[in-house]
Design a protein around this ligand. Structure first.
Ligand SMILES: *Cc1c(COP(=O)(O)O)cnc(C)c1O
Length: 390
């Protein structure tokens, strides 16, 4: 039903600007139908194979394995690292819950380290102070598709014998010094959740870059069995090998994702153009000191996943959020820092001061950003700043 169709009791505001609208390429249902009629609906059929290969090639990862979410890919990483109760994992507090929760499921203890003032990514200068004899891994989260300082993080990990798991949920198609995010650490995790750039509703992938993990990754993903080897004809039956679960998506999901991957470049370019337009429109406000725009270090090519600004304080942010809501423009903030949440206090601990996290998480506001956004819509979004900030 079109939005202009009169509906009794429902007022439709044609000026409404949603925070996010998934980019549909037009081929999703065609490929889903193909999967349907092939009668091969379980995981690891031809669409999954195509997606895995595409992701490997595009990111430069050693091996890509589709999962049913990024959360699942992170849980696989935790099983691969054989995290034991009491093991410590260094990560930002300023992130989505799954980064920490995956480790907590196996008894791991998230150790929260502050973020950099410029990128809001894990501050590499504070990592070593948080390392203890129980530390097992570092989890850089590439916030907004902007890379963490990976050279420094990888060399700290090497020096201390730690593993690096990249939470690249927001970072599909983004790079650091030309290398695909998710392909740099021992392991990486992508998300294809509806709110990300490239989507399959729910979906994700584990990137395995250290070949020492490849065989076990396949086993863990297939309920702890060597079914992947059986399907390749390498063994004549498959059996229970070690602890695992069902982490793979159905072919219907992979078919949907395949349509998205075919258009991934186009979707990313559209988002980047909108990102640049916000950046230009908001420049005068930054010059007047009314807000701070995102900062992207020159070695990072981001993917237009998110446009946010930092305003003066939480009161200004609330005024903006209220006005956006009144005008039916989708605008949100995140994250409640994990160290201050009930789960974070129960399961994690601070690995140093978290001043930047606490300060910036109160001042951050996200603007609508999706591939089909128009220039007129973006100008309306920015006009609200003119009215409400100095
Ligand atoms: C979205 C997101 C996740 C979770 O992704 P799912 O695919 O929904 O499980 C994890 N980490 C970060 C940083 C995210 O943005």
């Amino acid at each position: 039903m079109s939005r202009s169709t009169p509906q009794i009791g429902i007022e439709v505001n044609e000026n409404r600007i949603p925070f996010n609208t998934p980019a549909m390429t037009g081929n999703e249902l065609k490929y889903v139908a193909e999967a349907h009629f092939s009668k091969k609906l379980a995981g690891d059929g031809s669409f999954t194979g195509r997606c895995n290969e595409w992701l490997q090639e595009r990111s430069g990862a050693g091996k890509a394995l589709l999962t049913h979410s990024c959360t699942a890919a992170l849980e696989m990483a935790v099983l691969l690292l054989d995290i034991q109760p009491g093991d410590e994992i260094i990560m930002p507090s300023y992130t989505f819950v799954s980064t920490a929760n995956a480790f907590v499921l196996r008894g791991g203890v998230p150790v929260f380290v502050d973020v950099r003032e410029d990128t809001m990514n894990l501050d590499e200068r504070l990592i070593e102070a948080a390392i203890t004899p129980r530390t097992r891994a570092i989890v850089p989260v590439h916030y907004a598709g902007v890379a963490c300082e990976m050279d420094t993080i990888v060399s700290i990990a090497q020096r201390h014998g730690l593993k690096v798991v990249e939470d690249a949920a927001q970072a599909v198609m983004a790079t650091y010094k030309g290398r695909g995010l998710g392909s740099i650490g021992h392991l990486g995790a992508y998300s294809f959740h509806e709110t990300k750039n490239i989507i399959s509703g729910e979906g994700g992938a584990l990137l395995v870059n250290d070949p020492a993990f490849t065989r076990r990754a396949e086993i863990i993903r297939e309920k702890g069995t060597d079914r992947s080897r059986y399907l390749r004809g390498e063994v004549d039956k498959y059996t229970w090998q070690e602890v695992g679960s069902s982490f793979l998506p159905s072919e219907l999901i992979a078919a949907y994702l395949w349509a998205q991957l075919e258009s991934a470049e186009k979707i990313t370019q559209a988002r980047l153009a909108h990102w640049e337009r916000y950046h230009a429109l908001l420049e005068p406000f930054e010059r007047r000191g009314a807000l701070r725009r995102p900062i992207v270090p020159k070695e990072c090519q981001h993917n237009g996943h998110m446009y946010y600004v930092l305003v003066e304080d939480e009161h200004v942010r609330q005024r903006l959020l209220d006005e956006y809501r009144r005008q039916e423009i989708g605008s949100v903030f995140h994250y409640v820092p994990l160290h201050s949440s009930p789960g974070g206090q129960r399961y994690g601990k601070a690995g140093g001061p978290l001043d930047v996290t606490i300060d910036q998480s109160k001042r951050l506001i996200r603007l609508p950003l999706w591939a089909g956004l128009t220039e007129t819509q973006q100008m309306r979004v920015v006009d609200i700043f003119s009215a409400l900030v100095k």
